[in-house]
Design a protein around this ligand. Structure first.
Ligand SMILES: [Zn+2]
Length: 81
């Protein structure tokens, strides 16, 4: 039988806890990485003709409305703070 002193048992206990917390930490980091927010280049356009709002994936300043096919210009949003 393996004889352990109280200090060895306590050290092993703490080592196992640190290992367990490290595994949980790595798992959480991998999980957060998968569901992380990403900055997107898409822009929200608003058609002045038909008041239709739509998102364009590219970072363009000029596009056509998918509903009425009129030209829409991207305007910078005013800061509402
Ligand atoms: Zn439109």
């Amino acid at each position: 039988m393996i004889e352990l002193s109280f200090a060895d048992a306590l050290f092993t206990y703490l080592l196992l806890w640190i290992l367990f917390i490290g595994i949980l930490w790595c798992r959480e980091l991998a999980r957060v990485k998968n569901f992380d927010w990403k900055v997107s280049n898409s822009r929200l356009f608003h058609c002045d003709n038909c008041h239709h709002s739509f998102i364009v994936k590219d970072s363009v300043n000029l596009t056509r409305c998918p509903r009425c096919n009129s030209i829409c210009i991207f305007r910078k949003q005013r800061n509402l703070e």
